[in-house]
Ligand binder design. Structure first.
Ligand code: SAM
Length: 289
């Protein structure tokens, strides 16, 4: 995976905090202190479930793999709908594993594996359906990472298998632009139950290939003062861009649905839910190197 921090991961007040306290930890938003906050925000999310479940039920999979599964939210909903018999979640986040195992405690036929799906060692599992909830494709923030993701999906799927995931519709980057550089502060309870504020900021740069930086700061007044900075670094992909890439990796678009984001700054923004069928890989492979 390319370095998710990339160049200039921080902006505005978050950058100012780092300059003032150069030793302050800069963590992935998907791990450690930030997971306690995002868990409360992410677990109740369901806006993407109906479209993914409709697409998944068209292909009646036996084994379903969730790429970038986090706490296993999507697999949990598919299992409650009777979609699939075996379920595997893949994620790089350490906090995701603990949360996934908590969610599925006592259930059988569901497993978590730590895996960076852009790493060179290739698929470690086989599946009939690969799903990605939310707009997880945006976590793959370079053309090379998107190529690697699509290569991984092709490798993990059995012949005739399918991939179902969401991508923002083509006009949505314009909506991010209108959002500007938004900031707010939200109260939450940390892993020890203490009330805290998390400061959140978002910055979108169409001139830097749709670079989307989300910065966070949680202040601590104890021996961890001044606190921790958090980062999500994404690239806003659009339906046209993803569809232009998939053919070169051995996928055909076979069905399409719609899901509308219903929380956070992207509330009301539409995604296309794509169902891709794995075909033999074309001789050239990849769209870019
Ligand atoms: C936007 S979150 C979505 C979580 C989950 N799919 C959902 O819908 O609730 C993206 C997730 O993808 C994971 N992720 C990002 N890059 C990854 C990679 N290269 N390999 C595996 N997981 C990855 C992150 O750790 C994070 O949990």
């Amino acid at each position: 995976m390319s370095d998710v921090r990339g160049d200039d991961p921080l902006f505005g007040p978050f950058l100012a905090i780092q300059r003032q306290f150069p030793g302050i930890p800069l963590l992935s938003y998907y791990d450690a202190d930030f997971f306690a906050y995002s868990r409360d925000a992410a677990w109740p999310q369901e806006w993407d479930v109906p479209a993914l479940a409709r697409l998944a039920s068209q292909v009646a999979p036996s084994t379903v793999v969730d790429v970038g599964c986090s706490d296993g939210r999507i697999l949990w909903h598919l299992r409650r709908r009777g979609i699939g018999a075996h379920h595997i979640g893949l994620d790089t986040s350490v906090a995701a594993r603990a949360s996934f195992e908590e969610r599925f405690a006592g259930e059988s036929g569901v497993h978590f594996r730590h895996l960076d799906v852009t790493a060179a060692d290739g698929p470690a599992v086989e599946a009939d359906l690969a799903v990605m909830g939310s707009v997880t494709v945006n976590s793959f923030r370079t053309h090379r990472d998107l190529d690697r993701l699509l290569g991984f999906l092709h490798g993990v799927l059995r012949p005739g298998g399918h991939a179902a995931f969401l991508v923002y519709q083509d006009h949505v980057p314009g909506l991010f632009r209108e959002l500007g550089r938004a900031m707010d502060a939200v109260p939450f309870r940390d892993a020890d139950g203490n009330r805290r504020l998390i400061w959140r900021g978002i910055d979108f740069a169409p001139e830097r290939d749709n670079d989307l930086r989300q910065n966070y700061f949680i202040q601590y007044d104890d021996d961890r003062f001044p606190g921790v900075l958090g980062l999500v670094r994404e690239r806003v992909w659009t339906t046209s861009e993803v569809l232009a890439a998939v053919g070169g990796h051995g996928f055909d678009l076979v069905a399409q649905d719609i899901a509308v984001v219903d929380d956070g700054g992207a509330e009301g923004w539409p995604c296309d839910a794509l169902l891709l069928r794995r075909t033999p890989r074309p001789p050239q492979g990849g769209t870019r190197t």
